[in-house]
Design a protein around this ligand. Sequence first.
Ligand SMILES: Cc1cc2nc3c(=O)[nH]c(=O)nc-3n(C[C@H](O)[C@H](O)[C@H](O)COP(=O)(O)OP(=O)(O)OC[C@H]3O[C@@H](n4cnc5c(N)ncnc54)[C@H](O)[C@@H]3O)c2cc1C
Length: 393
Amino acid sequence: MMTNNNFDTVIVGGGLVGLSLAAALGRDGFSVAVLEARPVISDWPEDRVDLRVYAITRESQRLFERVGAWPAMLAKAGPFRAMHVWDAGGDGAIHFSSADLGEPCLGYILESRVIEQALLGVLAELPTVQHFRPVTVMAFRQQEDGQQLELEDGRTLQAGLLVGADGKHSKVRDHAGIHARVSDYGQQALVAVVSTERPHEETAWQRFLPTGPLAFLPLIDGRCSIVWSASSERAEQLLQMDAADFRVELGEAFEFRLGQVTACGERALFPLQRQYAERYVAPRIALVGDASHVIHPLAGQGVNLGLKDVAGLAGVLVDARRRQRDIGSLPVLRRYERARKGDNMAMMLAMDGFKHLFGSSFAPLRRVRNLGLNLVDAAQPVKNRIMRSAMGL
Ligand SMILES: Cc1cc2nc3c(=O)[nH]c(=O)nc-3n(C[C@H](O)[C@H](O)[C@H](O)COP(=O)(O)OP(=O)(O)OC[C@H]3O[C@@H](n4cnc5c(N)ncnc54)[C@H](O)[C@@H]3O)c2cc1C
């Protein structure tokens, strides 16, 4: 039996991936400590939208249902029932609709803070989970039968398994001596919440511009969350632009598909990088989420991949415990790595492929990609397969 500072698993990083893993493992009776550096924001004004907005797949929804967090999110989750993608460099377009699959929707648009609050509510009810927040880890020590962490307030924690859910600058990854390959996309994503003249039709819209993709994601309150990826210079220029000029620029870039952009809130930039860890595991250490892979946001898959890591790792650990194996042992952890690395890498390469394909102004390539989009659009069975895979069905 564990004492207060001795856990089956210590998770460093209480972002959406770390909190979800804590909930999944806590539900399965593991003793878990989750450590997060940021304080909880408890006084968030109801009318303010979090600029971090995510498209959540049906598969991620199922994970949230399993851990008991979905009911608290549902009222604030905006379903999207269609997706429309088109190319600025030609007449290529593709339209996906959940009705074609007999499904109620393709996924949901949710604010990060709504997901976070729902997960925090779940953790508060789990007796085997302790949440340390705000807290900073001062030192990690590898021991023979576990990992030891020293916190800034002098406490030490022990764990049979240390999980790095601490994002792209992961300290746990450094401690494990795992190298991450990083390359800059040379782009930044501008995000904002906007109102449009016409309703968003519960559709996720994406236009591929030669300078990068522009997405309009339908929020439940009728507004749209935009993600506009562009060269760093262009993104800076868009950020600095006067509000009225920006609304016109945005409307034009979006071909006024929803009419004029009538209002735009605060704008923020996120630098875009591609990053992958060469290994996901080491003795008594596993990496999940952005700590192991960071991809381009053009298909809104980053957090969804992290949630697949959560389901994969939790499944492997439950199975190991049932077979009375040591959950921190390398053979057990390698099963997790084998299950997830290929899938994450395939998604990263696909995102890079899309970025290069749609970023090219080379005329023959432009013609082929437009033709490709229109051909796939006309081939319903192919489209259904793509849709099912993207939704995780
Ligand atoms: C513009 C943009 C749009 C995106 N849109 C989507 C989308 O629509 N759908 C989607 O699926 N994904 C999207 N993503 C990707 C998504 O944001 C990330 O994949 C996701 O946030 C990763 O979650 P995480 O929990 O792994 O890491 P993070 O969110 O980075 O969380 C890591 C946490 O660890 C904490 N931490 C770090 N170091 C320490 C330490 N030493 N001690 C304690 N705590 C620590 C940090 O404070 C942080 O809270 C988007 C990304 C961008 C940039």
